[in-house]
Write a protein that binds this ligand. Structure first.
Ligand code: PMP
Length: 330
């Protein structure tokens, strides 16, 4: 019989699939790593497992304890599924820009969800960082994973995502592309691939317009789970060779193309990562092998990116098709 002992054992070993349509006009092989194949539907299952394993080892999380975290949803799902399997409680603090369907998913796994305003500074007492800090102090037996600063986040990608990509490309990968949120994915995976290749793999970050990582003015944007207005410790900028700045409209147009043309029903940060990947791939030769990581599933965005009325109300054209040839180079 072939089965896993628990859903936790199904985390990782996600597949690569070649992008065939949105890459029109590009010579390089562009492979997407499908992180929604993780049981919780995102790459964040990986960090959740590593962070909880380490907290148990270090005595920070004891039986019956409560996990308190500021999360845009995916980390919450990962933490919630591990917590329920191991008997912990979960309280998640999410900014109000996070769609109601994403919050419902967290509740479905048995977690409690606290909603805070998005439009406040990080050091405002109402911000999701500060509210989660306060709850972690008030609740007895609370453990705050703090995905922004916890080294076990990037470490999980160094130990799993990187080796999987290296193995599945037979060491032929030349470029790795990832969107940057906490920076854990690009830092851990990028560090592994750089070491494994002797420094030849080029690491490409993709950042939303309005975020700190790619410079320029910091302002609000709609794409979720990526970009930052403070520098987290999980991000090591020395790992990243180039960074592309991508706007909401392009990210959402590509997200919808991925569903319609590649059969990949993924979230907005995946569309954003693919726009950055295509930009970086435009001038690459046919021998180049690029892997772009698609962090999560489209199910959390049904009432937003995949809702024509929402798209129009925000000023985005739901029928926009931005071909690779129209994506401006760097
Ligand atoms: N996309 C989505 C939807 C996410 O939730 C996250 C995690 N915040 C990312 C991308 C970025 O991953 P990381 O935090 O590892 O940079």
């Amino acid at each position: 019989m072939r089965y896993a002992d628990s859903v936790i054992d199904l985390i990782g070993d996600t597949p690569l699939v070649r992008l065939n349509r949105v890459t029109e006009g590009i010579s390089a092989t562009v492979l997407a790593k499908i992180e929604h194949a993780n049981p919780g539907g995102s790459a964040k299952d990986r960090i959740a497992r590593n962070i909880i394993d380490a907290a148990e080892r270090d005595g920070l999380l004891k039986p019956g304890g409560t996990i308190v975290e500021a999360t845009s949803g995916n980390t919450g799902v990962g933490l919630a599924l591990i917590a329920q399997q191991r008997g912990y409680n979960c309280v998640f603090v999410v900014p109000d820009k996070v769609a109601e369907d994403k919050r419902a998913i967290l509740r479905a796994y048995g977690a409690e969800v606290v909603v805070t305003p998005t439009a406040v500074e990080a050091d405002d007492p109402q911000s999701y960082y500060k509210v989660s800090d306060r709850l972690a102090e008030e609740i007895p037996g609370a453990f705050k994973p703090n995905q922004y600063d916890n080294p076990n986040g990037p470490r999980s990608h160094f130990e799993s995502t990187g080796p999987e990509i290296w193995r599945d490309t037979d060491g032929r990968i030349t470029h790795f592309v990832a969107s940057v949120g906490t920076g854990g994915t690009i830092t851990g995976t990028g560090r592994y691939l750089r070491e494994a290749s002797g420094g030849t793999v080029r690491i490409v970050g993709v950042d939303p317009e309005g975020s700190l990582y790619s410079g320029g003015p910091v302002h609000g944007y709609h794409v979720e789970g990526v970009g930052e207005d403070i520098w987290p410790k999980a991000y090591d900028p020395t790992i990243v060779d180039e960074i592309h700045r991508v706007g909401d409209a392009e990210s959402f147009a590509m997200t919808r193309r991925l569903a319609r043309e590649e059969g990949l029903f993924v979230g907005g940060s995946s569309g954003m990562a693919v726009v950055g990947a295509l930009r970086a791939a435009r001038t690459l030769p046919a021998e180049a092998v690029m892997v772009v990581l698609l962090p999560d599933h489209g199910r959390g965005y049904l009432s937003k990116i995949f809702d024509d009325d929402w798209m129009r109300a925000q000023g985005f054209d739901p029928d926009a098709v931005i071909p690779a040839s129209d994506i401006p180079g760097r």
